[in-house]
Design a protein around this ligand. Structure first.
Ligand SMILES: [Zn+2]
Length: 232
């Protein structure tokens, strides 16, 4: 085990045992280094990793109150981690499609009519009506789905959807070449989006969930790709 991993492990234990909790302060760099018999560089490295994960914030306060405190910002860190992994592109499209069905049908079932994200989703649909090229249409389409999922108010689901946004746009762009008639498909997609939003706005979660699942799978099926197709 590398020495900074010892520090990470120690901090994790402190957190899970409750010795250290939200808003609490990590011991000073020197004191942790002495206690764990590691260099201050290792302590600093561990703190940087935890900072990137959204678990601590370093350099809070000044003088004798200066330190590193425990925070909880899982959304942004989870989002960027997932986004980076999705960006490596070794993901079968079929798996992205099924993950979308899982997240989005769950989200629209719980979305509350009147959530601000739904107003945004409606505006995106208006913009899609005016979109003249395929890429602009698909970018708005992916954005619409993220806004829709966010309306459920679950931070983790929202972060996961945001991280998938690039991949969604990407595979849709790749697959349009397989579609027999883009004009017909885009007309159908527009109608399906309106129907999904209408169901959510009417608080008909069950219908919205069924519609969004059929919408996501329908596009993929129409493009006729095999199940182990990966993003290029
Ligand atoms: Zn769509």
């Amino acid at each position: 085990m590398r020495t900074h991993e010892l520090v990470l492990e120690w901090i994790e234990k402190q957190l899970s045992s409750g010795e250290l909790s939200l808003g609490g302060r990590l011991p000073g760099e020197r004191s942790m280094a002495e206690q764990l018999q590691v260099s201050r560089t290792s302590v600093r490295e561990a703190v940087r990793i935890l900072e990137a994960m959204g678990v601590v914030r370093a350099g809070v306060g000044s003088g004798k109150d200066a330190g590193t405190i425990v925070i909880a910002e899982p959304g942004s860190a989870l989002g960027s981690t997932l986004r980076l992994h999705v960006a490596t592109r070794h993901l079968p499209v079929a798996d992205i499609v099924e993950t979308r069905v899982l997240l989005e049908s769950w989200a629209v079932e719980r979305a509350q009519a009147g959530a601000p994200e739904l107003a945004e989703a409606g505006m995106l649909l208006d913009q899609m009506d005016d979109a003249t090229d395929i890429d602009a249409f698909l970018a708005l389409d992916a954005h619409f789905h993220v806004a829709l999922a966010q309306s459920a108010g679950n931070v983790v689901v929202s972060a996961m959807m945001a991280s998938l946004r690039g991949a969604i746009e990407n595979y849709a762009g790749e697959l349009t070449g397989n579609l027999p008639d883009w004009t017909a498909t885009s007309r159908r997609l527009r109608e399906e989006h309106r129907a999904i939003l209408a169901a959510v706005s009417a608080n008909d979660g069950g219908k919205a969930a069924a519609l969004v699942a059929a919408h996501i799978r329908g596009f993929y099926r129409e493009a006729g790709v095999d199940s182990d197709h990966t993003l290029k």
